[in-house]
Write a protein that binds this ligand. Structure first.
Ligand code: NAD
Ligand code: WQD
Length: 341
């Protein structure tokens, strides 16, 4: 199958590109490089042993994307990663988030109609559940409870749009994958997560502390009703996540479907920091801070629907994710940026 990855130069996209090529598929990428580097695609191509065609453009630039698809097509499926993903920033810049995240999904669906592409896999998020009423989260758990951030709302709206589009066109295959907390890196240490500025998410923050570029990890609250008082999350290795996309593309059926992609194993903030310390062979300095606004005490999934429907389940542990994240961080302390002369 030939697959267009929108936002394919990003963290999850680059790992998925490698997994798809290794599974015998072809990949082409459109990415406006607003949060990535062409170096990620060059390295993904060299890891997978293939040249990956890359269009540096906004996926909403419909004429350019269509010409690119016609040049490299026919395309069988789109994996739509492109979008903005910082929860806090979405509260400060809601219109920009609605514009990019919804506009890019509309553009992709229009492209698919114009080029007769039947299949889309969409990067949704566990954020759509809002504040969990019961755990573990299942795909039929209620969404949107106390969902205060525009980022999460854009994910819910795009899921609804895909459902409506599939209802109107019985040939459409649309799968929304609700990722839990993606972590880790390719075991080669060649590709990984490269957030610009100070990381918002726990694992890349811990990695920067371990490498010495940040002083200590702030633990956002140790008074939650959890075993050690810190927040519980479902951290999924990015290679497992990438394999989930391959499975979704290969198993997609007509209609709209949604799947959780997680491990089902809750891990606390303190447990993650301890695991990273073991992987890096050093003590990670910490300080307990107040709770972060909008955080929930615990979020983890029941992954059985993906196991049954996609034949997929996560196999990697938090220790493997920390080891791979540490290898990436220590070998590329400045991410994809060229080393200073
Ligand atoms: P990322 O920022 O590394 O990747 C997104 C890519 O999209 C970037 O390379 C960026 O340059 C590109 N992009 C942004 N707007 C674009 C546009 N208009 N046109 C073309 N390219 C554009 O993020 P990621 O972590 O790889 O996430 C991929 C997707 O998964 C996103 O949709 C994100 O919301 C979703 N997601 C991520 C997480 C997470 O924690 N990483 C969790 C759940 C869902
Ligand atoms: C994990 C845990 C924090 C940083 C976010 C988005 C979600 C999804 C994944 C896109 C929590 C604690 C964190 C720090 C800390 N992204 N923490 N100190 O908030 O579960 O999910 O990323 O879809 O939508 O909301 O991930 O990594 O920020 O936090 O103590 O410096 O680590 O309180 O318990 P989160 P996270």
């Amino acid at each position: 199958m030939r697959v267009l990855l929108s936002g394919g130069a990003g963290y999850i996209g680059a790992h998925t590109a490698v997994a798809l090529i290794e599974a015998g598929h072809e990949v082409i990428v459109v990415d406006d490089m607003s949060n990535s580097s062409p170096e990620a695609i060059a390295r993904a191509g060299s890891l997978a042993g293939a040249e990956i065609p890359l269009l540096g453009a906004d996926v909403r630039d419909e004429p350019r994307v269509r010409a690119f698809v016609q040049q490299h097509g026919p395309v069988d499926a789109v994996v739509h990663f492109a979008g903005l993903k910082a929860v806090g920033e979405s509260v400060a810049q809601p219109v920009r988030y609605y514009d990019v995240n919804i506009g890019s999904a509309v553009a992709v669906l229009r492209l698919m109609a114009a080029e007769s592409i039947p299949t889309i896999v969409f990067s949704s998020s566990a954020t759509v559940y809002g504040r969990p009423e019961t755990l573990p989260l299942r795909e039929d758990s209620p969404t949107g409870i106390d969902l205060a951030n525009p980022y999460g709302k854009t994910k819910r709206i795009v899921e609804e749009m895909l459902k409506d589009a599939a209802a109107a066109d019985p040939r459409l295959r649309a799968i929304a994958l609700r990722y839990f907390n993606p972590v880790g890196a390719h075991p080669s240490g060649r590709i990984g997560e490269d957030p610009s500025g100070t990381p918002n998410n726990l694992m890349p923050y811990v990695a920067r502390v371990a490498v010495g570029s940040l002083e200590r990890v702030g633990i956002f609250g140790d008074d939650y009703p959890t075993p050690d008082g810190t927040g519980l999350r479902d951290y999924i290795h990015v290679l497992d996540l990438a394999a989930g996309h391959v499975a979704a593309l290969e198993r997609a059926r007509e209609g709209f479907e949604v799947y959780n992609l997680g491990t089902g194993v809750p891990v606390s903030v303190r447990e993650l920091i301890a695991a990273f310390g073991r992987a890096a062979g050093r003590q990670i300095p910490t300080a307990v801070l107040p709770r972060r606004a909008g955080d929930v005490a615990a979020s983890y999934c029941d992954p059985s629907k993906a196991r049954e429907g996609l034949g997929w389940s996560a196999t990697r542990t938090i220790d493997e994710a920390c080891r791979d994240s540490w290898r990436w961080q220590s070998q590329n302390p400045r991410g994809y940026a060229p080393s200073p002369r």
